[in-house]
Design a protein around this ligand. Sequence first.
Ligand code: SF4
Length: 205
Amino acid sequence: METISYAYGPALYVNLTNRCDCACVFCLRHNGHKGSIYADDLWLDHEPTRQEALEDLLARDLPKYSELVFCGFGEPAYRMDDILWLVDRLKEAAPGLPPVRINTNGHADLILGRDVTPELKGRIDALSISLNGSTCEEYVAVTRPRDGERAWEAMLDFTRRAVRYVPTVMMTVVDKDKSPRELEACRALCESLGARLRVRAYIPD
Ligand code: SF4
């Protein structure tokens, strides 16, 4: 049974795609993993349609969750149009919808071929964008993006624009192999874009 949504802690997570334009060295999808610490079966043999996802979410008692988080086993921006459609439907149909967050690699412009950030206004309450390094070189080495250095610039630009439309924009780094100095450089970069740094603990295989 494929998992579209799953509770983890107080939040409800939504998984709409396996697709991703990166191949991060720490990605849980490597080594044949089909799940994570969050849920066992996250690999989707078929991506749910927006209607299937809506039905799955409406079957939940949404107001009881602290947050609705679109993350995906892959990169949720591949389903951004469906996410925005879902948020609109849920706001109509589910009074007391919790705040909505998207966990993303920030490559929406490259994936969608347009600037989607104005469309996030009033729909998305928080973004968590993977920063993964304070320099382009480090970023490309860690995330191995399809578009190489362009992906680094795209992620920074996306963040710079998103802070105008989304109330909370965080950028994340995984603490593994990061010195305090590197973390400080990440923090400075992040703050220069108008976002806030969140340091995440490394999850081993
Ligand atoms: S961006 Fe996320 S889903 Fe994509 S390879 Fe990196 S960790 Fe995995």
